[in-house]
Ligand binder design. Structure first.
Ligand SMILES: Nc1nc2c(ncn2[C@@H]2O[C@H](COP(=O)(O)OP(=O)(O)OP(=O)(O)O)[C@@H](O)[C@H]2O)c(=O)[nH]1
Length: 303
């Protein structure tokens, strides 16, 4: 990418995440299976690298959530990539019953050997903030409670559009005989995000709080990352998009075009922030089309 991604390291690791990371590591030891939820738009950038050594030792299913926002033509390359690494992975939409059912079928297959001998099973759902863990748990709960009515009062996981909604580990009983508990966990990032671009992707997908990075910086990244600008035709631009200064100039022109398209008055105080916020909302709700921001690593077919 020719975009100058300077502007300082991006890190968001509040106290509750440090405590939650320790608690997640402890509970992982006693869990029978882990559903690692990632964002389909950033299948690698939404990995918590510090948890990987613990997750790779467990029965694990990788749920690539928000597939409705990801480019389906690229998605199949990602499933091929995970297959090639012998990792069970399924693109899902946590709000879709049929999609979550497929995930549950896969979980059942993976639990087959323990399901008949253990009276109680523990499934943990982990992932970085805002990937849809709570939404997934609520869908699992709805599906399972219709098959195995649970007597206790149903409690719901709290779902919200901002990251960091879940701050405590909470258990939800989803089945009897054997008793299956699903644990919702707070979204946790690593204390130090390895590089700026990963931080910007996490921010764009909503896993890092906007205020940590600044909406304008995230919007600039989105404009730079998209090869085909939406509002400003490349044919009207006589610079070289590979050149950092030219690209910044193009981004500037696109901001102005966006401001016009979004009908934000030129003189409005903080017009840039308003343009950025609206632009990010359009992206995050899929109105700019489906995206996958991570590149699929080369699959080495000879090894
Ligand atoms: N488009 C789309 N949105 C989803 C999907 N799953 C969850 N969401 C939305 O993503 C946002 C975050 O969902 P949550 O379930 O609160 O995410 P979380 O991982 O529990 O978040 P933390 O509490 O920050 O860890 C909410 O606005 C959900 O409605 C999905 O498959 N597709």
């Amino acid at each position: 990418m020719g975009f100058n991604s300077s502007g300082g390291a991006i890190n968001w690791f509040p106290g509750h995440m440090a405590a939650a990371t320790r608690a997640i590591r402890d509970r992982l030891k006693v869990s029978d299976l882990v559903i690692e939820v990632r964002d389909s738009r950033i299948p690698l950038s939404s990995v918590n690298a510090d948890l990987q050594p613990h997750l790779s030792k467990k029965r694990r299913v990788i749920a690539l959530n928000k597939k409705d926002l990801a480019n389906p033509n690229v998605m199949h390359k990602w499933t091929h990539y995970f297959d090639s690494r012998n990792q069970d992975c399924l693109p899902i939409n946590a709000h879709s019953k049929s999609s979550v059912k497929k995930l549950l079928d896969l979980v059942e297959v993976k639990l087959k050997e323990v399901i008949s001998r253990e009276p109680t099973l523990l499934v943990m759902v982990v992932g970085v903030p805002n990937v849809g863990k709570s939404a997934l748990i609520n869908s699992i709960h709805r599906i399972e409670s219709s098959c195995f009515p649970v007597q206790e009062k149903i409690k719901r996981a709290t779902v919200g559009p901002l990251p960091g909604v879940t701050q405590d580990i909470a258990g939800f009983k989803i089945a009897h005989h054997p008793s299956i508990y699903v644990l919702d966990t707070p979204g946790v990032l690593v204390p130090s995000i390895p590089d700026i671009e990963t931080g910007l992707k996490l921010a764009l997908a909503g896993s890092v709080k906007d205020s940590v990075v600044g909406e304008e910086r995230i919007a600039q990244y989105l404009l730079a990352k998209s090869n085909v600008p939406w509002y400003f035709s490349l044919s009207e631009f006589d610079g070289n998009v590979e050149n950092e200064n030219d690209l910044e100039c193009l981004i500037e022109q696109q901001f102005e075009a966006l401001q016009k398209a979004l009908r934000i008055p030129h003189k409005a105080l903080e017009a840039r922030i308003m343009v950025s916020k609206k632009f990010l909302t359009l992206f995050r709700t899929g109105k700019l089309g489906p995206f996958i921001l991570d590149d699929v690593p080369e699959v080495n077919t000879t090894s």
